[in-house]
Design a protein around this ligand. Structure first.
Ligand SMILES: NC(=O)c1ccc[n+]([C@@H]2O[C@H](COP(=O)([O-])OP(=O)(O)OC[C@H]3O[C@@H](n4cnc5c(N)ncnc54)[C@H](OP(=O)(O)O)[C@@H]3O)[C@@H](O)[C@H]2O)c1
Length: 299
């Protein structure tokens, strides 16, 4: 007889869930910048009990304008989740300063991709508290940005907290992924390559157009739809079949012409990324072409 499939293990239920199984966790967002605003607005839209604790008068005004409930330090005691949506460098200091205001069962969550959970410090009381990370993989440039459709990286110090973070992610229509604490830096480097460095790459492409005499506005207007079409190709066909350009075609003379036309700084970027392209398509090119491209790009 084939073995019977094992029954999936039930996710552990967090403290607040045991108390009120149907209730949504009470969330308090500290810091009302881009991510704090986007999270608070998304949770409010999803019908979660959320309040914000902004710092400056300007942030208070923005929160009021967006109809968000304002909290004070007293409310920290009642929160199930306290999200620190503040600059990375502030997380440890702020967590320590909130220590006496938080409820015993309030979990502290940061939103930083670059930080692991040691960012909350090593105070024994802090180590007893549930701590987590909720890092939306979205370039948030305004508090009114919509997070839905993106991924979010989750980490939790206690097993019980993870299902709560999953639930919050799904309420925000974010796709959760769990990132091992020990490999956090590599994970964050990948995220930076896909967002900030993509912008840097766009700026290099604009500079190449300027070498050809096309002005910046016109260049960006032409390049953005091109970039979107490249991403669409990867979305539909994957990395290898989505790759276009002279390396994918094995066109050595075009690559040679590009390297001669570009100033040294741009040529370096072009070489590094072309070698990466070559890695993607190397099995599809004749050995002779592959080797010639490699020699040219490494010269
Ligand atoms: N932006 C993104 O694309 C993005 C994406 C994913 C994750 N993250 C992470 O999300 C976190 C927040 O980033 P952000 O881009 O939202 O930053 P942000 O727009 O600069 O907002 C930071 C907020 O923190 C507040 N703040 C600063 N110091 C504080 C303190 N000591 N106490 C209380 N509040 C304080 C600021 O208050 P005032 O308004 O009063 O100055 C500001 O509203 C960071 O960990 C970041 O790595 C950002």
């Amino acid at each position: 007889m084939p073995p019977r499939p094992s029954r999936p293990k039930k996710a552990p239920r967090a403290r607040w869930q045991r108390r009120h199984p149907a209730s949504k966790p009470r969330v308090l967002v500290v810091g009302f910048g881009r991510v704090g605003g986007a999270l608070a607005r998304g949770l409010k839209k999803a019908g979660w009990p959320v309040a914000v604790l902004p710092r400056s008068d300007e942030s208070v005004r923005r929160a009021v304008k967006l109809n968000l409930r304002l909290a004070d330090h007293e409310n920290l005691k009642e929160a199930d989740l306290c999200l620190l949506a503040v600059p990375d460098a502030v997380v440890g200091r702020l967590a320590a300063s909130l220590r006496d205001d938080l409820g015993a069962g309030t979990a502290l969550i940061h939103c930083a991709g670059a930080l692991d959970l040691s960012a909350f410090g090593t105070d024994p009381e802090m180590l007893r508290r549930a701590r987590g990370s909720f890092h939306p993989l979205c370039a948030v440039s305004d508090a009114q940005d919509d997070l839905s459709g993106h991924a979010v990286a989750l980490a939790a110090s206690q097993r019980e907290l993870m299902p709560v973070l999953w639930r919050m992610a799904l309420a925000l229509r974010l796709r959760p992924i769990e990132v091992p604490e020990a490999r956090r830096a590599a994970y964050h480097a990948g995220a930076v390559m896909a967002a900030g460095l993509l912008v840097a790459l766009a700026s290099g492409a604009v500079a190449a157009f300027e070498e050809a005499g096309v002005i910046e506005d016109q260049a960006l207007g032409a390049l953005l739809p091109l970039m979107r079409s490249a991403i669409r190709g990867v979305e539909v066909r994957g990395l290898i079949r989505g790759l276009t350009g002279p390396v994918a075609r094995g066109d050595i003379s075009v690559v040679q012409a590009h390297l001669s036309a570009l100033p040294a700084e741009l040529a370096d970027i072009y070489r590094a990324l072309s070698l990466r392209s070559l890695k993607l398509v190397r099995d599809q090119l004749p050995a002779e072409t592959r080797n010639a491209l490699e020699r040219l790009l490494k010269a």
